[in-house]
Design a binder for this molecule. Structure first.
Ligand code: GSH
Length: 198
């Protein structure tokens, strides 16, 4: 089994955290790959050219991050990370909400990279930023709905919050309760070992 990751990708980090939480040895599985390097083995495994991607021993592959996280949890962890949210449509929606915020945060990062090429779009920049502000405000108002047990929702949320500090520290988010919850989660070894870099 091989997990293609990039240490700057918040999506890859969710899979890295789950890998550790289910007790697999990351040293034997993780392979750092910059998606822009277009390595052949990686592109064969995921023609979309995105990390994370999991190559299985039978040559088949699994992506995207949500499918990889569920695969690891189902195959190696008796679904313990999915169970706290799977029974509730409202919590599954909150999980999608966090995934949507990850998409906005990465899209805004790409917009910032375009600025270096003088291709910045004020329209998209402000649309992504206001989506993030609204989305975090919603999260702050709904944080008490999170289940007590660690779940894929907690993992995605913590990767999102850290990615915001990593790439968008200029955006002042009002989300003290979200930050407090994530601070507690970040004391886990799985998060400490996978802090964003790059
Ligand atoms: N929905 C995908 C998104 C993955 C994704 O966009 N990864 C980025 C890194 S943060 C990537 O590999 N980008 C390379 C590209 O788009 O060419 C997931 O959840 O895995």
């Amino acid at each position: 089994m091989k997990l293609f990751i990039s240490t700057a990708s918040p999506y890859a980090r969710t899979a890295q955290v789950v890998l550790r939480e289910v007790g697999l040895d990351p040293k034997l599985i993780e392979s750092e790959t910059h998606p822009f390097n277009n390595e052949q083995e990686f592109l064969r495994a995921n023609p979309l050219g995105k990390v994370p991607c999991m190559l299985l021993d039978d040559g088949s592959s699994i992506y995207d991050s949500e499918v990889i996280c569920q695969y690891l949890d189902f195959e190696f962890n008796q679904e313990k990370l999915w169970q706290p949210i799977m029974q509730s449509w409202s919590l599954r929606t909150l999980y999608s909400h966090v995934s949507g915020l990850l998409d906005l945060a990465v899209a805004l990062r790409q917009e910032k990279m375009r600025e270096e090429e003088k291709l910045r779009s004020d329209f998209w920049w402000s649309r992504f930023e206001s989506g993030l502000l609204r989305g975090f405000s919603f999260l702050e108002n709904n944080i008490s709905r999170l289940p007590n047990d660690l779940s894929l929702l907690h993992i995605n949320l913590t990767c999102l919050v850290d990615y915001m500090s990593f790439r968008h520290s200029d955006i002042k988010l009002k989300c003290d309760q979200v930050n407090q919850l994530c601070l507690e989660l970040k004391s886990r070894q799985s998060f400490k070992a996978t802090e964003p870099k790059g």
